[in-house]
Design a protein around this ligand. Structure first.
Ligand code: AMP
Length: 291
């Protein structure tokens, strides 16, 4: 069944009011569309766990830099709705798809933004200044419009989950944040709407990213605690693939996102690269060594 689509915030609010009077917990899955199995895994989690599920599809201009791909970002509303129609089982289906226009989300005269501070300034924030201001601002707007009990995000954009959790805690937003595992192609490539930009040759080159993360995980699983050793395994794989231009390949504390020199407890390996003109990110939580 094709889900109901609303484009206006006022219509969304009407629906939310009714859903709340029926005591249904509301799950929100924020997306920029061009949906793939990664997005759909978040939708399925919400369908399983919540009484009602809202999916937002909005290519948010404020999280793109001036030289980034906002204009050419893939858009396919019809395809997205067909994919959403295929989700759920036992009578459960997406209740509402919110597809606002830019004017609806950013009416003339609006000036307020959300700055999360330190966790937004490293890694992605260092290479994409202002990116997380755009993300935090749009996510808070969506939270205030949908009033979800639970909101679903992917591990694939790990830093985004840290930034959103920080914002929710700091601004006392009454929503639970759930983080779902990264969905990958069978050969390891993390699903991303931007994979559509890759030529066949670039797609092959991009496999070095997940290979590098696996190499880091293998070294850590073997008991290595020195970050430099884990990093050199990861960077070695990336350097062996000249088609991949690395922006960062790091090992960080998953809570603070600060570089680690020695692995104690959990550690996140994270990579950002250009493959041709396409910017790809990926990450993996390193297994705790048994030794
Ligand atoms: P986007 O449309 O790229 O803004 O992504 C919307 C949500 O889907 C974000 O929470 C992403 O982290 C999540 N997501 C994107 N790719 C994947 C993936 N391969 N596996 C799981 N979640 C993903």
């Amino acid at each position: 069944m094709t889900p109901n689509v609303v484009t206006r915030s006022a219509e969304l609010r009407d629906w939310v009011r009714v859903a709340r009077t029926h005591d249904r917990t509301i799950g929100l899955v924020p997306t920029m569309g061009a949906l793939h199995a990664g997005h759909l895994s978040l939708v399925e989690a919400s369908l399983r766990e919540c009484g009602a599920t809202v999916v937002s599809i909005f290519v948010n201009p404020t999280q793109f830099g001036p030289s980034e791909d906002f204009q050419r970002y893939p858009r396919d509303l019809e395809g997205d709705l067909a994919k959403l129609a295929g989700t759920g089982k036992e009578g459960k289906a997406v209740d509402l798809v919110f597809v606002p226009t830019v004017e609806e989300m950013y009416p003339e005269g609006c000036t307020t933004t959300v700055d999360v501070g330190a966790p937004a300034e490293v890694l992605e924030g260092a290479f994409r200044p202002g990116h997380f201001r755009g993300v935090a601002t749009v996510v808070l707007k969506l939270f205030n419009q949908v009033l979800p009990d639970v909101a679903y995000f992917g591990h694939k954009d790990y830093q985004q989950t840290v930034v959103v959790r920080r914002m929710v805690e700091d601004l006392c937003v009454p929503v639970e944040i759930r983080v779902c595992p990264t969905v990958r192609e069978p050969d390891g490539l993390a699903l991303s709407s931007r994979n559509k930009y890759l030529s066949a040759e670039e797609r092959r080159q991009a496999l070095a990213i997940s290979r590098a993360l696996r190499a880091a995980a293998d070294v850590a699983a073997g008991g290595e605690r020195r970050a430099e050793k884990v990093l050199s395994a990861m960077r070695g794989v990336l350097e062996a693939e000249p088609g991949v231009r690395v922006q960062y390949a790091v090992l960080v504390d998953p809570l603070t996102l600060r570089d680690m020199t020695e692995i104690r407890g959990r550690a996140l390996a994270a990579i950002a690269t250009y493959v041709g003109k396409t910017r790809l990110i990926d990450n993996i939580m390193l297994p705790r060594s048994s030794s």
